[in-house]
Design a binder for this molecule. Sequence first.
Ligand SMILES: [Zn+2]
Ligand SMILES: [Zn+2]
Length: 464
Amino acid sequence: MKIRFLGGARTVTGSFFVVEAENTTFAVDCGMFQGDELIKERNRADYTINPAAIDFLILTHAHIDHSGLIPKLCKAGFKGKIYCSAATKDLCEVMLPDSGSIQEFEAKTFSKETGESNQPAAKPIYTVDDAYRALDHFQVLELDQMQQPWQGVELRFREAGHILGSCLVELWVDERGKKTKLVFSGDLGRPAQPFVKDPANLDEADYLVIESTYGDDLHPEVADRPEELKKIIERTMKQGGNLIIPSFAVERTQDLLFDLTILISQDRLDPGISIYIDSPLAIAATEIFKKNITFYDQETKQLIREGHHPLKLPNLKYSSSRADSMKLNEVKTGAIIISASGMCDAGRIQYHLRNNLGRSESTILFVGYQAEGTLGRQIIDGAKSVELFGKQIEVKASIEKELSYSAHADQRELLNWIGNFKSKPKKVFVVHGEEAAQQTIAKLIQAELNIPVKIPDWLEAVEL
Ligand SMILES: [Zn+2]
Ligand SMILES: [Zn+2]
C-alpha cells in the first residue's frame, strides 16, 4: 500500500492524500492551497495522478483547505462518491459554490487587469456550475458506525471536535487477508469548544496521518474567554472606534456569537450593542449551524434550553446584500463587525480594514490562524503599513490576537491525543503544518511517545 501526499505536505493548506491499495485507490480530502502566489499556483497544476482512477473520496470536514479542489477533481474525471458527515455536506453546499464564484471573479479580474485572456490565470480553476455538479457526488455517512465504501475497505467517522461536522477517519484496508488500519486526523479540534463535541480518543492505528498547525505553539490558557472579548469591546467603544473581526465564515463566526451570547445572557455586556455579520457565506453557514443541532455538545444544548440561543441574538444584524455591506462604511463608532475572509485575503473584510486600519480608535481582533503570505499575517506580524486596493494604508488601529479561539489542537493537545492511543501507531506522518511546527512536533512525538515519525514532502509517495 502507498500513500501519496499531494497536498498539506510541508504546508498547512491543500490537504490531499491518495491511498493506493491492492483493490482500490481512494483519496482523503481534496483541499485548496491558500497563501502566497507561489503556493496558490499549485491549485492550477496538472494532476500527477489520474483523477478517474480514484474510486472514492473521504472528506474530513468542510473547510476549503480540505474541500476546495473537489470541483476541480470532478471536472478532471473523478466519478466516485464523496463520503462525509451530514453537516459537512450542508456546509459544502454553500462553500463550494461560493469558492466557484471567487474563482470566476479572480479570473475575470486577471483578464481585465492584464488584458490577457489566454493566460491560465484568466480561466477559473472551476466555476459555480462545476461546484454544483461536484455536490452530486456527496453521500452522507453517520458518525461512529462501520461503513464499507469499497470491497476490502472499512471506514468509520469519529468526532474531530474541530468544526461542526468535522470527523476523524478510521480506515481498515484489507490486502490479501491482512488488515492495515490507517487514521487520518483531518483537523484535530480541542476540548471544551462551543457547539462541537470534544475530539474522540482512538484506540489504535498502524499508521497515523496527523495535522500539526500548532505543533510549535501552545494556546494561551484563558479562564474566561468571553471576558477577554468584553474588555476589547469596551475599550474600543470607549475610544469611539469600531471592533473589526476578520473571521472564518464557518465555526469561528458562530463561536464569537456564542461568546457574545454568554456575555449578554449574564448581563456582562450591553444587549443593545450593534453586532454585524458582514459575509454572505458566514450568514449561510450560521443558518446551517441552526439546523444541525444533533452535532451540538451538551453545553450548547443547555444554553438553548435556558432560552439563550447562541445564534439568535436580538441585536445581531446580517448584511447579506452588497448595499447593506456598503452602509457599514458609514459606521464610524460603536459597531462590532465580523467579516470574512478570515485571513483578510479577499472579501468584504478588506473594506472594513480600509475604513478602520488607519484609525487609532478602532481595533482589529484576529481570532484565527493567519497563513504565511496573507494580509492578515502581515498585520499580526506588525507591518507599519499594508497595501489595500492599490493604496498603502498606515496601521494605526490596535491589533489584538485571541488565539484561544483556535479550533485546532495545540502542541500539548496533539501530543495528549496521540498519547491516548492504547496501542501505538507504527509510524506517524506529520502533515498540515508549516516547517517549524512540523519539525517541533515531530521531535516531540519521537522523544515523548517513542513513535517513529516522517514529515512527507509534497508529492512524495510513501510505501507502507
Ligand atoms: Zn479545518
Ligand atoms: Zn485545515
